[in-house]
Ligand binder design. Structure first.
Ligand code: C2E
Ligand code: MG
Ligand code: MG
Length: 564
């Protein structure tokens, strides 16, 4: 941060420093604003002019040094004053360093670098725990207030997980403080591992943009801050995973030990919007979990507890439903844009649970998180291949079938072998089968995924990218993928009649697809005008309520025959 009443002086300092590679500057030419700006933007270094009207550099120096948060902020005085009296006075008031005007660029670069290095070292000591390298309580409180402010603006949720290793003091006493240190390091690493795993899951639609940060508040007590959550129950899933991870046997020196932990969980805005209040709630929930014997997590309130209970029931029901075959497949026609005839169908799963109909948008993400998508996905593949065979051989209906593949299925190392078993075993003509996957499924580990896609292609099936346009695909990336079809996401289709941008996007996707010799399918067509636009753009196929929603196989047969 540079404070000088002459804007030209500020420019000189900034230009010099920019040439040295610095990029973030806060500049103030009205010295009455200096202190407020420091409090707001928390600079790492202050370059301060002494002679300024109204509020002088001396005044600012005095104020900063007596401020509880900035007493250690490095301050370099920039002054033309050659008299030692002013220098002495500034030193007395707590200046860290001096630079004489006119400035020498290399001298300036050197002083700035040294002062910043000293500041970084001090921050490390003041805000980080040397043992685990994690940020401490003070940073936690700052980060929490910041997250709450941001959550208020964006209307999302924040959760705090207070995590304490059970009987940690006893361990310290019996196997020694060094072993205790080692345990803390390992537990910190394990929690970090869970956090990174959660991050990966967010791509498959499980957690949204959730942000997780770990702190070490006291010896043996960690706090995990979860920000940007769409729903508080996700915090419970993370808590569950931490409990499980901490419990895995741990090698400490030549012993193997098993630890458990207790977790208290609280959320904004459900519980409170005050940081200290939230801290207290999380901490007492954690203590209560310990009192009940540890190795568990507790919510600080009934409300979230109920939300989580609902999710647990859904999960239990989902497990049971796979055994009880409560699922049925419906089929939505894929229609030729020009001729209007049915070219194929997309299999969409439906769950008739005893508690009523559950939408796939609700249970597919849950099935992915719990891994249940693997058996469920296999059942869907088997069932839809059998249906395809019936249509081909019994009804003489030569349509294609599209199957939705989840990222979690593809991550299973046995996936290709098992899919091959089912597909080849069903006896269908494989060129009639298309496997749909979303772009996010291909986001990481790309080369390996491309290998997998090639092994699928060897079976003779076609590949399609679902919800195209919502992910990150670039032209060069697409060219590397052995795909046959792009499905244009419904969100663009719904803009056809309202936004020029939506139309432009669709035209360019179709153009792109054609240049790569790919088929295009538009999803979610509800209006005649939308279909008309697709006809003009020479899109190949469409799906949508305008023609038909997903329907039972019998109805599909009848519909097909009526259009013949
Ligand atoms: P998706 O694969 O993009 O499927 C299209 C969704 O859009 C379906 O919702 C379909 O019913 C709906 N839809 C079709 N036409 C229209 C329309 O004109 N207007 C509107 N508003 N919606 C339309 P559904 O069946 O609820 O499925 C939602 C998502 O759940 C699917 O998106 C897919 O990601 C997943 N899903 C459904 N079935 C399966 C499955 O068998 N396996 C896997 N892994 N995922 C599935
Ligand atoms: Mg689909
Ligand atoms: Mg789709």
């Amino acid at each position: 941060m540079i404070v000088d009443d002459e804007p030209i002086n500020i420019d000189v300092v900034q230009v010099f420093l920019e040439e040295n590679g610095y990029t973030k500057f806060i500049t103030v030419d009205d010295s009455t604003q200096a202190l407020a700006t420091i409090e707001k933007s928390k600079p790492d270094l202050l370059l301060l002019d002494l002679m300024m009207p109204d509020v002088s550099g001396f005044d600012i120096l005095t104020a900063v040094r007596s401020h509880p948060k900035f007493s250690h902020l490095p301050i370099i005085i920039l002054t033309a004053a050659t008299d030692s009296e002013n220098k002495l006075k500034a030193l007395d008031l707590g200046a860290t360093d001096f630079l004489a005007k006119p400035l020498d660029q290399s001298e300036l670069g050197l002083r700035v670098r040294n002062n910043l290095a000293a500041k970084a070292y001090q921050d490390q000591l003041a805000f980080y725990d040397p043992l685990t390298k994690l940020p401490n309580r003070q940073l936690f409180l700052e980060e929490l207030s910041w997250s709450l402010g941001s959550a208020k603006r964006h209307k999302d949720e924040v959760a705090i997980l207070h995590i304490e290793i059970d009987k940690f003091n006893k361990i310290n006493d019996t196997i020694g403080i060094n072993a205790g240190d080692e345990i803390l390091r390992q537990v910190a690493q394990r929690i970090e591992k869970v956090i990174r795993g959660t991050d990966l899951l967010s791509h498959s639609g499980g957690y949204g943009n959730i942000e997780l940060k770990l702190f070490h508040l006291d010896r043996g007590v960690f706090s995990l801050l979860l920000a940007r959550m769409e729903s508080a129950e996700n915090a419970a899933i993370v808590a569950e995973r931490i409990l499980r991870k901490v419990k895995e046997p741990m090698q400490v020196g030549d012993r193997e030990i098993v630890l458990t932990s207790s977790i208290g969980l609280t959320t904004y805005p459900v519980e409170s919007d005050d940081p200290l209040d939230l801290l207290r709630l999380a901490s007492s929930a954690k203590d209560y979990a310990k009192k009940q014997g540890g190795d568990r997590f507790l919510f600080s309130s009934q409300t979230i507890s109920e939300m989580y209970g609902k999710r647990l029931r859904l999960e239990t029901n989902l497990r049971r439903a796979i055994n009880d075959e409560e699922f049925v497949l419906y089929y939505q026609p894929k229609v030729n844009v020009t001729t209007g005839s049915i070219m194929g169908v997309e299999a969409l799963v439906r769950w008739n649970s005893p508690d009523g109909f559950v939408s796939p948008a609700d249970f597919i993400p849950l099935a992915e998180e719990t891994g249940l998508i693997v058996p469920l996905g296999e059942w869907i593949l088997k069932e839809s291949c059998q249906q395809l065979k019936r249509w081909h051989q019994l009804e003489n209906i030569p349509i294609n079938l599209s199957y939705n593949l989840s990222a979690v299925q593809l991550a299973d190392p046995n996936f290709v072998a098992r899919a091959e078993n089912i597909i080849v075993g069903s006896g269908i003509d494989t060129q009639y089968l298309t496997i749909e996957m979303t772009e996010s499924l291909l986001i990481d580990n790309v080369d390996h995924k491309i290998d997998l896609l090639h092994s699928l292609k060897k079976l003779g099936v076609k590949l399609s990218i679902d919800d195209f346009g919502t992910g990150y695909s670039s032209f060069s990336y697409l060219r590397r993928l052995p795909v046959d079809e792009l499905k244009i996401d419904r969100s663009f289709v719904s803009e056809i009649t309202t936004h020029r941008e939506g139309r432009a996007l669709i035209s360019s996707i179709i153009f792109l697809a054609r240049s790569l010799h790919l088929e295009t399918v538009a999803e979610g067509i509800e209006k005649k005008e939308e279909l008309k636009f697709l006809q003009q753009q020479r899109c190949s196929q469409f799906q949508g309520f305008l023609f038909s929603p997903a329907i039972s196989p019998d109805k599909l047969t009848a519909l097909y025959n009526s259009k013949k």
